[in-house]
Design a binder for this molecule. Structure first.
Ligand code: AMP
Length: 557
């Protein structure tokens, strides 16, 4: 049994924050959240030992938002993050968790962007400041009183911050805050230097750590694939082409993700269904029965919904979203390899989650080998293998039952046997690509996160090249063009919001829409070139998240 983590409501989260997290689709607190939230709500200083992927951002954001006074338009919470990327991520998380708090506003302060808009947001009364230390010190040198009203402060990824040499900046920042503030420090490791900071600047902090017991996972072959977060679905579709599975369970974190992945799998012809906490108990039981008896082959589930599933047919577990801790990983992958059978477990790892992979390897005492996406040639071989395997047992009997009909059709149509057989094949395979050239065209390479450079620090950005929003765009598939909208993450937009709007109002099939990349201040969507003007016409008045979409063709030269 997994541990029961209870509900967010029982932890004492404010109702408007509760409403927002339920809209985001979280079903229950992660272990670090279950431990940290009551401590922070209780007014204590805290040291949390946790890395990215454990849900640590919500562990401090939810209680802080629950305690903030939105009516006071002054800085109340300061979150310090080592990099611009993390600062933006944390700011976006605060924005989504405060979606039901209309008076609350969040400002992200980081180097490499003009100071004017950041100053303006502070002056307009942002209550939450998410900042990288260097830029915050620049602001403090102009306005020494900036942090005088801070009630809560969080040092996120403290060990990374020290590695980047922010020690002196941190001292300046601590000095600028009232001593009465509540302080929280999160760090993956607790070297001496971090303990020293805690000793000096935190008051009787409580320690929170998720105990990691060593676990055994015999008989299960494990592998991981590096992938960018927005490429998970295409990566899985490709992986599954070559995996020989009987039944498979895929784990994701949110209800919405169960629906998105199940829909993508169904569209590819898999017998797949979503399983999440919103689905009534009797319907859930029906899904599990169907998985047992083969009416379904794939179930996409959240951890909560998958509790207690014991289906011996399961040969594969795919961890699409990272589990919160090694225990949960071991529990998830234990769904395969039942009754002494062999099982296979796949884990998708985004560049930021590498550390969690190392923790899993350490706790389980096993290496989780890296796999690469199958090449078009491997996909072709697998498709042909499956086709042969499905036709071979039928051939002799079908000649008896359908042989005469075949001869008649040849005579009626007036074509060669080869032409008719080819037509039948095409129908039987639903026009699936069965040549190398076609597969290469259909499946532009999904770039993996393997070897992707680590995030740049604010320091390296200060003097150097601007903005990761400017990084080189991905190559386009033939027949597709890229379109741009000025709506981005800062407008609270996620890829699925854009997808939903374009599907509904543009009347397109899901497959017609390529990659969707949501950046901070804009988004890019790949659409079919053919009929583009008509499509953009249809989407002329479309609104997403209350704002006009205004999609335009994007010329990248
Ligand atoms: P973090 O460790 O804060 O970087 O969070 C990792 C990911 O987990 C983020 O994508 C969060 O949206 C997601 N997440 C955090 N808490 C929960 C939860 N209770 N249920 C589902 N997803 C969560």
């Amino acid at each position: 049994m997994t541990q029961e983590l209870g509900t967010f409501a029982a932890l004492g989260i404010h109702p408007s924050v509760l409403a927002a997290i339920s809209a985001v689709g979280y079903e229950e607190p992660s272990p670090i959240q279950a431990q940290a939230i009551p401590v922070i709500l209780g007014g204590h200083d805290m040291i949390g030992q946790a890395q990215t992927g454990t849900g640590k951002t919500a562990a401090f954001a939810l209680p802080i938002l629950s305690m903030i006074d939105p009516a006071r338009r002054e800085p109340q919470a300061l979150i310090l993050a080592p990099t611009r990327e993390l600062a933006l991520q944390v700011a976006t998380a605060f924005e989504s968790y405060s979606a039901q708090m209309p008076e609350l506003s969040v400002v992200a302060i980081y180097g490499g962007a003009p100071m004017g808009p950041q100053l303006k947001a502070i002056r307009q009364g942002a209550q939450v400041i998410v900042a990288t230390p260097g830029r915050l010190v620049d602001h403090l040198s102009r306005n020494g009183g900036l942090l005088s009203t801070i009630r809560f402060m969080v040092l996120d990824e403290a060990d990374e911050m020290l590695k980047l040499g922010f020690m002196d900046d941190l001292e300046v920042i601590f000095e600028a805050m009232p001593e009465t503030r509540q302080s929280v420090l999160f760090s993956a490791t607790l070297p001496h230097s971090i303990r020293a900071i805690a000793e000096k600047h935190l008051r009787e902090p409580k320690h929170i750590k998720i105990a990691a017991k060593t676990q055994t996972v015999a008989k299960i072959e494990q592998a991981h694939l590096m992938v960018h977060a927005d490429q998970k679905i295409p990566a899985i579709l490709r992986l599954l082409e070559v995996e020989e599975f009987d039944a498979l369970i895929a784990f994701v974190r949110t209800k919405q993700a169960t629906l998105d992945l199940a829909a993508a799998l169904e569209a590819k012809g898999y017998k797949a269904a979503a399983l999440n906490g919103d689905i009534a108990q009797n319907q859930r039981e029906r899904v599990i029965e169907s998985l047992k008896d083969g009416r379904l082959d794939i179930v996409v589930a959240t951890d909560v919904a998958a509790r207690g599933i014991d289906v011996p047919r399961i040969t594969h577990v795919v961890n699409v979203d990272m589990p919160y801790d090694p225990e949960s990983y071991v529990h998830r992958i234990g769904r395969t390899g039942r009754a002494g059978r062999e099982g296979r477990a796949l884990l998708l790892v985004t560049p930021r989650e590498r550390r969690m992979l190392q923790v899993i390897e350490r706790v389980t005492g096993q290496k989780v080998a890296e796999v690469r996406l199958p090449t078009p040639q491997q996909i072709l071989d697998a498709r042909l293998r499956k086709l042969t395997a499905s036709l071979a047992p039928l051939a002799a009997e079908a000649e008896q039952s359908h042989g005469e009909l075949f001869d008649k059709l040849i005579a009626d149509i007036g074509c060669s046997p080869r032409a008719l057989a080819a037509a039948l094949l095409r129908k039987a395979t639903n026009d699936q690509a069965l040549t190398l050239a076609q597969i290469e065209k259909d499946q532009p390479l999904v770039p993996t996160g393997g070897g992707a450079p680590r995030e740049r620090s604010e320091r390296s950005e200060r003097g150097g090249d601007r903005d990761r929003e400017r990084r080189a765009p991905m190559p386009l598939a033939e027949g597709r063009v890229r379109c741009r909208t000025a709506l981005g993450a800062r407008d609270g937009i996620a890829a699925r919001n854009l997808l939903g709007a374009i599907l509904n109002e543009g009347g397109l099939a899901r497959e017609a829409i390529g990659r969707i990349q949501v950046r901070e201040s804009f988004s890019l969507v790949e659409l079919p070139e053919d009929g583009l003007d008509r499509l953009l016409g249809k989407l002329k008045d479309t609104r997403v998240g209350g704002k006009q979409l205004k999609l335009r063709r994007y010329r990248e030269d």
